[in-house]
Design a protein around this ligand. Sequence first.
Ligand SMILES: Nc1ncnc2c1ncn2[C@@H]1O[C@H](COP(=O)(O)OP(=O)(O)O)[C@@H](O)[C@H]1O
Ligand SMILES: [Mg+2]
Length: 295
Amino acid sequence: MGLIYKSLTDEDFKVLLALERSLTNREYAPLQVIEKISGIYEEKLQLVLRKLHDLKLVKRETISGEKMYRLTYLGYDMLAIRSLAKANILEAIGDRIGVGKESEIYLGLAPGGLQVAVKFIRIGKTSFRQTMRVRVWARDKPQTSWYEQSKIAAEREFKAIKELASYKAHVPNPTGYNRHVVVTEFIEGVELYRRPSLDNPGKVLSEILFTLTIAYHRAGIIHGDLSEYNVLIRKSDEKPFIIDWPQYVYREDPSARDLLKRDVFYIVKFFNKVYGTSLEPESVFNTIIMGNHLG
Ligand SMILES: Nc1ncnc2c1ncn2[C@@H]1O[C@H](COP(=O)(O)OP(=O)(O)O)[C@@H](O)[C@H]1O
Ligand SMILES: [Mg+2]
């Protein structure tokens, strides 16, 4: 991804930007439209488009005899990386460190040498199952396309963790976002599903519950997808970080209580089973609702 990014010229970016703009009308844009928006004349444009196509940044389709182009997720990634670079949020992009249900996470470097996690959200466009899920979500918003949904999710996630971090909840510190990409501090850690050995599992669990309590009472939100897959345990100090927030729901949501209960029961039972803690899920849930972890 970093190599592709480095190979792109200003002209390539002009074309990518033109394709981004044409996404808002109809996905695929014909040559004349791209020519008009980018201001690059046809012969040159053909060359640029061939390069972008070879790099898989655009998709080409012949629709009723006419060659049409649209941005791919990878092309959209390049635009986001460039904006993040210009905003001094990102300096370099490294290896892929994670693949989730609807995202890919890369290691990045911020100016000053801080390691960051760069999350590229990819809703739709990848698998049938995801498309089905998007369709269900899209029922209320039939106009929302793949890239807009990812963009909305990124903004949502950034704002939630930004607020949570300001309340000292255990989430990776967010440093910025652009389009469908969220940048946070990189946690040198192990996912809880790998069941790392813990010196003090009770403390780790109570720090997780503390974060749920802050989220509920201060930020007014519920994670909604809490599991051992969305908790990272930092190697240096066993501090847990709750990640992956774009699906959070507000406390006022009719399903809020049930979702919080599900999150709490799930994680408490996981700790009881794997780490031999013996908390009673129901009473933990009641404690959180009362806000007693806030101290
Ligand atoms: N801040 C981070 N630091 C280190 N690794 C991370 C960070 N954020 C995510 N990851 C890695 O990427 C994986 C997927 O991230 P997540 O936010 O859960 O995405 P998804 O929505 O796709 O599940 C995580 O399981 C973890 O391995
Ligand atoms: Mg996840």
